[in-house]
Design a protein around this ligand. Sequence first.
Ligand code: ADP
Ligand code: MG
Length: 734
Amino acid sequence: MPESTLSAAAPTPLKATGQAAASAAPKNAMQKLLEKLGLQRDIDLALHLPLRYEDETRITRLRDAREGDVIQIEGEVVDCELAYKPRRQLLVKLDDGSDVCTLRFFNFYPNQQKALSAGNRIRARGEVRGGFLGWTMLHPAFKPAVGDLPTALTPVYPTVAGMPQAYLRRAVLGGLARAELSDTFAPGDLSQFNPHALWTLRQALQFLHHPTPDVSLDTLMDHSHPAWQRLKAEELLAQQLSQLQSRRARAELRAPPLAGKVGDTLHARLLAALPFALTGAQQRVGFEIAKDMARHVPMHRLLQGDVGAGKTVVAALSATLCMDAGWQCALMAPTEILAEQHFRKLVSWLEPLGITTAWLIGSQKTKARREALAQIESGEAKLVVGTHAVIQDKVRFQNLALAIIDEQHRFGVAQRLALRSKASLAPGASNTPAPTPALPRAGEGAHSFEPHLLMMTATPIPRTLAMSYYADLDVSTLDELPPGRTPIVTKVVNEARRSEVVQRIRAQIAAGRQVYWVCPLIEESEALDLTNATETHAELSHALQDAAGPGAAKVQVGLLHSRMPVEEKKAVMAGFVAGNTAVLVSTTVIEVGVDVPNASLMVVEHAERFGLSQLHQLRGRVGRGAAASACVLLYSTGDAPRLGETARARLRAMAETNDGFEIARRDLEIRGPGEFLGARQSGDAMLRFADLATDTALLEWARQEAPMMLDRYPHLADKHVQRWLGTKAEFLKA
Ligand code: ADP
Ligand code: MG
């Protein structure tokens, strides 16, 4: 509904005092809506900037109007009539002296009808259409023609259902007037960007809320106007400052230094026992991690490496360094299947070396869990592997010093915080041999320990994002795949050629290989998603039963989906890992981390519904052995003649490159940073105004400015961060 139709319906002043209580209710409701918009403080209101503007500063005469123009007209209502054909509508004839325009309303309140009575002078704003019956406007915004025309453009703010623009405008105007807006940096600091237009924060905000009509709307819409430059610089600086503050705050924390021991260590024995030699990249990142862990400041490192790059062994080797120093290590994965795979692998490596590994998941039997908890608390288990269960309240570590989070983007900030807090035992509280060299000295005894944190991800972060969102993070990159991998060939295939794909599966099975077939998860309808997977399972079971050749056993096709009980999921997965199942049909539960080297073909059905990084993760399930591997992306255009543009761009990117970094870069390009991060960093603040893809110069400025400001003007830095990030600032330090 046009906004001034709403404002025309604004409540009339109340007369009886008895109604005062009733009037409080809607106000509270509005307050709630403001909170929902994140508008609590005056400064939040002042920083709530318009989406677009409407020009109510001008009146256009109908005589000068052109078909399709959005204009404001002013005139006298000469007729107001309720018509019922073809449906109930209000037809208002407005005469502006040069011509007559018919305003049509399908929805209207009685008081609006009254405001549009014949004889009233009004201003109406909307798109004007010409035609057989003369000028018309459908559902224009309108108001009584009283008072002067505004001298500034009218802002239209992002809002939520139930919050009228008029109310929001008043609230923002109030916030803007009350907010403390003194500059935290001088306009001149930005002169390299706009030598001619130096704006203070207050000027910039006032202008952006109420720009003068002579401004080029383009520069407002594409955020290139100097006022926008100021705002974006402010925002980027706030973000850099808060990252820097948390980095410095972390430097004040203490962690047990897990210095590398020499001799017959677990680390040395594991290295010797591995069936392969580490790649150069694995050695390098292993060294970076070891160096961090040897310090008495907690490590905060992200290990990024493409799918299949071999992060698990790096994690295991880091864990042995920790255990060699006499401390416990925990590894947390986002799904039970993935956690279990890690558990098996680590146990197979470490049990022969005499290490007890505890296993913790949500669906565990009480007895098993109790035993695991006891082993963790007593320190008998030096390593703990599991899902979110690892961070539950009941879990008490004897002396946790290293926390490893696999597929970290699947976890929220809160969970990372919880894992860190697990180690906060005071130094000396542990009865293990005190790690050398130095524990915190006297006077520093108030410090409690934080564990070292190693996060792992197969979704690399493009450089601009790493610079801004992860300025607080050290990054190690595995940029080399283990040797002997043959590159995966990716084909984008129309659903119409499905039978050819089935033939291809037969060939793989005949060669003794295994195949994944992934069906999409349809979020609106889990049931539909199941039908899809179930049907495909039936279809493939039938079509492939004799694929292993004459006389051979019937080919087994497994089905794995998110609604299955955990035990059943495990059984299906185990069948596939053991090679008893030739084809695994699944919804996206296999998305992360599963490692079955004999699988050489991945088919993704309705690939157009998947995100780019998701597709890349899926593809990474094959190409893990020596056999040539392929990925078939089956797409369907549905009723449309062709795929939408972004879907096409995603599939094209998949066909063109296997490189996870390039995929991430294209993903960022297709989706924009907000969404790119949104899917990954639940809870982290997004940039509202700046655009990392285009505002690289401002970002660079903010990066240089932040440390200088923090050192020279710490109180201004604090003020700046509070102003921009408010209560979120603490949360961002996770
Ligand atoms: P990701 O980085 O995706 O987690 P994994 O750790 O699952 O990858 O490793 C993928 C596969 O590569 C595993 O089977 C692993 O044992 C193997 N692998 C890891 N490092 C090497 C290496 N240096 N040489 C040969 N194979 C390796
Ligand atoms: Mg992995």
